[in-house]
Structure formats: structure tokens, C-alpha cells
Design a protein around this ligand. Structure first.
Ligand SMILES: [Zn+2]
Length: 106
């Protein structure tokens, strides 16, 4: 018998690459950083704000942000310059983001 391949049916889950560690993960495990038309880049927990976006791992806090900053991955992904990004404020916001996606229901 050939059952027992638990392939989840349904629409393909969107995946994105973290600009810090470059891990490809389901979108809900990542956190969007948005660069609005004006003003500094900001976290976009809803993922719905207008602007160019990039993704960071939600559960690694500032680690991926630091990596993204070091290798200029975030500024490149957002097609901006480092001075448009308030790194301290982003890091602070990352620390306060709820970690609700750590356990995935089965
Ligand atoms: Zn990451």
C-alpha cells in the first residue's frame, strides 16, 4: 500500500528569504521590514504596509538584523541607503515583537 505521504493539500505556502541569515522560511515565520515612501524603514508586523519590503527571522530577534546590517543586505533589499534605516529603533522593535509563531499547530 502506498499511503503515508502526508503531503499537505491546499495552496502553496508563501516563502521568503531572511535578509540576515538567508534562510528560506514560511512567510509567517518572518517579519517584514518596510521602507515607506517617506521616513525611515520600520517593522511591519501586519505585512500590509505599502513600500518595499524585506524579511527577517521573527524568532531570532536582532541577530538577523545585525547580520543584514553587516553585509548590507537590508539596504540592498530595500534599495535604499543606510541612513534611511534607524537601526536602533528597528532592533528595539524586534525585541518587542510577539513570538506567536514559534509553535506551529499540527
Ligand atoms: Zn534570519
Amino acid at each position: 500500500m502506498s499511503d503515508g505521504t502526508p503531503t499537505p493539500a491546499g495552496p502553496r505556502r508563501p516563502e521568503r528569504t531572511c535578509v540576515g541569515c538567508r534562510t528560506v522560511r514560511p512567510k509567517r515565520e518572518l517579519l517584514r521590514v518596510v521602507l515607506p515612501a517617506e521616513g525611515p524603514a520600520a517593522l511591519d508586523p501586519t505585512g500590509k504596509r505599502n513600500g518595499r519590503g524585506a524579511y527577517l527571522c521573527r524568532d531570532r530577534g536582532t541577530n538577523c538584523l545585525t547580520q543584514a546590517r553587516r553585509r548590507h543586505a537590508l539596504v540592498r533589499a530595500l534599495r535604499t541607503t543606510s541612513d534611511r534605516i534607524d537601526w536602533d529603533s528597528l532592533a528595539g522593535d524586534l525585541d518587542t515583537v510577539p513570538q506567536e509563531v514559534l509553535t506551529s499547530p499540527r
